[in-house]
Write a protein that binds this ligand. Structure first.
Ligand code: GAL
Length: 414
């Protein structure tokens, strides 16, 4: 054999080997691009690579995932869906009804998901009797985060009622401090709004208004009071809030430029990524009132062809619910594991509070899906509400007008 023939033969065998052993492949669409989010999703990338997988990253920046969902629609319409997509709540069932999601029941059954996932979470992952998504975490939405030093310097305790929140904010404002770090993006306005609905109205009112879309609740004096409170809070944000990303608002609290932020516990992922310690540098408390608004991140697998892609989807689904990922990812992300069989010894006090209150509210019937994060309503209805909330927040619209607009928008979206 000449050298040339030997080289050709080994090149051919290398080529054959790379085709036969390409291994699990996944193109993953997600919106985890902030510091804490990127640190968390890297855990999945590393585990996937360690098991021989090749990950093609498709990050679409934009908190809350609106831009990611627009990118997803474009990809699916062009007949080229990504293999795995960060998707959650009723959007999972909506995509399943379009006939484009893969059935991952074989993985779910092999891994015993039925036994390790709470029924409330498992329900979101099932479509017409099959498993159609893998759950990542439980984020709590109704949190208030605070800069501890600012509160201490101004002799302010974490607020336990909305009156206390307003009084603290007025005191801070008088001292020249921005009370509320906020980013003027529709989903962030909606995030604050739903915590006020829960806090002022209580869990039953939240359910009636934002889950059942009950007309009486939507037009009630309580809903007017919610818009009144939103107007008051509009006065607590700085003049540059418009369009600001949520993680930059978190950084304002971190850096002492503002006292509070109302945001889900992905904000904690930002504090942690910056080396801040809960209880020392920053404080967490649930927003005033009863109840718990949950937001479960998950991945759905789209129908794709090719053994390597299917192997990639199955491996991802297995890893996502696996013990190691559930622990390490959630330590970074600020959320808590979805598995009910994991010890939380390494988790911080905010996570323990979240887990305890999730159990307590589940028993009390006040564990509720977040509307602002796509857990409670179909896209059209949630979008109709958010449009009104953000239009009100960014204008001088009265609460009466907002309530009328809300009930009309909901009626038109049904
Ligand atoms: C939420 C999502 C979180 C976090 C946040 C900000 O909707 O569930 O994981 O990423 O958006 O981007």
């Amino acid at each position: 054999m000449t050298l040339r023939m030997t080289l050709a033969a080994s090149a051919a065998s290398l080529c054959y080997a790379s085709v036969a052993m390409a291994g699990p492949q996944a193109e993953v669409l997600h919106w985890w691009t902030s510091g804490g989010e990127a640190r968390a999703v890297a855990v999945l990338q590393e585990e996937f690579a360690a098991r021989g997988g090749t990950w093609t990253d498709m990050p679409v920046a934009g908190g809350g995932g609106d831009a990611a969902m627009t990118a997803l629609r474009a990809r699916v319409l062009s007949g080229n869906a990504p293999t795995a997509v960060q998707l959650k709540g009723p959007a999972i069932q909506e995509w399943y009804e379009e006939g484009v999601l893969a059935d991952i029941s074989a993985v779910a059954e092999a891994e015993g998901w039925e036994d390790i996932l709470p029924a409330s979470i498992a329900g979101h992952m099932q479509c017409e009797g099959v498993w159609c998504a893998a759950p990542v975490n439980v984020h709590r939405v109704d949190w208030v985060w605070a800069n501890k030093a600012i509160l201490e310097a101004n002799d302010i305790a974490m607020p336990t009622t909305w009156e206390e929140f307003n009084a603290a904010a007025e005191k801070l404002q008088a001292a020249g401090i921005t009370p509320l770090a906020h980013g003027g993006q529709a989903w962030q306005d909606a995030t604050v709004f739903e915590t006020v609905v829960l806090g002022l109205g209580g869990p039953d009112f939240f359910r009636a208004a934002l889950i059942d879309l009950d007309t009486d609740a939507l037009t009630s004096d309580t809903m007017k009071a919610v818009f009144d409170q939103m107007r008051v809070m509009r006065g607590f944000v700085d003049s540059n809030f418009s369009g600001r990303d949520w993680n930059l608002a978190t950084a304002m609290v971190m850096n002492g430029e503002a006292a509070f932020q109302i945001m889900g516990d992905w904000a904690k992922g930002e504090f942690l990524a910056a080396g801040k310690v809960p209880g020392e540098d920053f404080l967490c408390a649930s927003t005033p009132g009863d109840g718990y608004l949950y937001n479960v991140d998950s991945f759905a697998m789209f129908t794709v062809s090719g053994d390597d892609n299917i192997a990639g989807q199955q491996l991802l689904a297995e890893l996502i619910v696996g013990e190691n990922f559930q622990k390490v990812f959630n330590l970074n992300k600020g959320s808590i594991p979805v598995r009910s069989d994991l010890a939380l010894d390494d988790f911080d006090s905010c996570a323990i509070l979240s887990a305890n209150e999730m159990t307590a509210t589940s028993e009390a019937g006040s564990l509720l899906p977040s509307y602002a994060h796509g857990m409670a309503l179909r896209g059209a209805q949630a979008g109709a509400i958010t449009d009104v909330v953000t239009a009100h927040f960014n204008s001088d619209m009265s609460s009466e007008e907002a309530v009328q607009m809300l009930v009309d928008a909901v009626a038109n979206s049904l």
